[in-house]
Design a protein around this ligand. Structure first.
Ligand code: NAP
Ligand code: 3JM
Length: 350
């Protein structure tokens, strides 16, 4: 008989949670039991896991006894409240929210980029923001080869990044507008159908949004490079699945576009999709449902000495959330870091 491995999926009824269940099943994650949790609202409902239907349970502080790995995508406040209890109960948390990302006790991990950071975990591991993850996967090999000094990124983010209610809102608004009805605006500050919103998450005192500052701060932590300069503009576009990014980098040493293409075509998790003559470049319609981070439009920025521009696209719900979290869990198993109980595991609560 195989060893017991119980996985809790917290936020299982959401856009990320459903993809999490699918990813665990598709990748044959060796769980002996998968338990879906959500709020009291959906306790008792069913969620698909392969060809089974699992019954959703209510997430509570005392549900983690006997759970080995708890993957959270239930929003920031649920992670803040419940993840410490999960860690205290002895399971390893992989958290998708921004709550724990900048906490020094929590590794912030993209498995293709900084898997060794997992070794120092104290019970809670953070999954980076979706826009950060795909940028890290594409830029890490370049950073290693020629050292990136500065990143200027503009994002074009899909509505699925906001959750199930935003997917429904875009569908509803499009239908209403084709029927000459006034579109209802509930999720975003303005209509998203046939529009672009240069605001994701709340504004901070520096006039950047929280989403933009996630990209800045998470990049420094994942690359373990406090000196790398990053500036971001994040926009929401009326696309269902797949975040796109225009990325400009300035490097210490020179790398030609051809060298960059060759390097990235060997990089883990990356697929180079770049042939301007054939109008070949990545788009959200290519990336949706795929695991890879796609890179194209690689070209020189001749306004600076060592500069490159590129276009990076990935499925924000897969690599941007569920897949990255499952890869982290796989890496924990491979490194035998699930059952290691660090002495100071309790510091999240006590
Ligand atoms: P969603 O579709 O709105 O789903 C939210 C899920 O959380 C639902 O299962 C919901 O359960 C559950 N939930 C909400 N409040 C809860 C509570 N107090 N206790 C237990 N469960 C609760 O949102 P989503 O797109 O799946 O995203 C969920 C979270 O994942 C986000 O808030 C964000 O923190 C994170 N996320 C991260 C990334 C990333 O870049 N890594 C990307 C997207 C999202 P009910 O059905 O019972 O309401
Ligand atoms: C992606 O509960 C919340 O406020 C969640 C907001 C949220 C986040 C976040 O900050 O955790 C929605 C979508 C993210 C994220 O990945 O940073």
């Amino acid at each position: 008989m195989s060893k017991k491995l119980v996985v809790a999926v917290c936020g299982a009824t959401g856009a990320v949670g459903r993809e999490m269940l699918k990813t665990l099943h598709d990748r044959q994650f060796p769980a002996t039991e998968v338990i879906p949790f959500a709020s009291a609202r959906s306790a008792g409902t069913k969620v698909p896991y392969g060809d089974q239907e699992l019954t959703v349970r209510e997430l509570k502080e005392d549900v983690f006894a006997g759970v080995d790995i708890a993957i959270f995508s239930a929003g920031g406040s649920a992670s803040l409240q419940y993840a410490p209890h999960a860690a205290k109960a002895g399971c390893v948390v992989v958290d998708n929210s921004s709550t724990w990302r900048m906490d020094e006790r929590c590794p912030l991990v993209v498995p293709e980029v900084n898997p060794d950071a997992l070794a120092a975990h104290k019970g809670i591991i953070a999954n980076p923001n979706c826009s950060t993850i795909q940028m890290m996967v594409a830029l890490k090999p370049i950073h290693d080869a020629v050292k990136i000094k500065r990143i200027v990124v503009s994002t074009y983010q899909a509505v699925s990044g906001t959750g199930q209610k935003a997917i429904t809102e875009l569908e509803t608004q499009v239908r209403q507008m084709f029927n000459l009805q006034e579109p209802e605006v509930n999720v975003y500050p303005y209509r998203i159908a046939f529009n672009i919103l240069p605001q994701i998450d709340v504004f901070l005192d520096n006039d950047y949004t929280k989403e933009e500052m996630k990209m800045v701060n998470e990049t420094k932590k994942i690359f373990a490079d406090p000196d790398i300069r990053v500036t971001a503009t994040c926009a929401r576009v009326p696309v269902f699945y797949g975040h796109s990014e225009s990325v400009n980098i300035e490097t210490e040493m020179k790398m030609s576009p051809a060298e960059c293409r060759a390097l990235l075509s060997q990089a883990p998790g990356v697929q180079v999709y770049d042939n301007p003559k054939e109008k070949m470049y990545p788009m959200p319609i290519d990336a949706a449902g795929e695991d890879a981070t796609f890179v194209g439009r690689i070209r020189e920025d001749d306004t600076i000495e060592n500069g490159l521009n590129m276009w990076i696209v990935a499925d924000n719900i897969r690599k941007g959330a569920a897949l990255n979290a499952v890869q982290v869990a796989e890496e924990l198993l491979k490194r035998d870091l699930v059952r290691v109980l660090p002495q100071d595991r309790k510091t999240f609560i006590d």
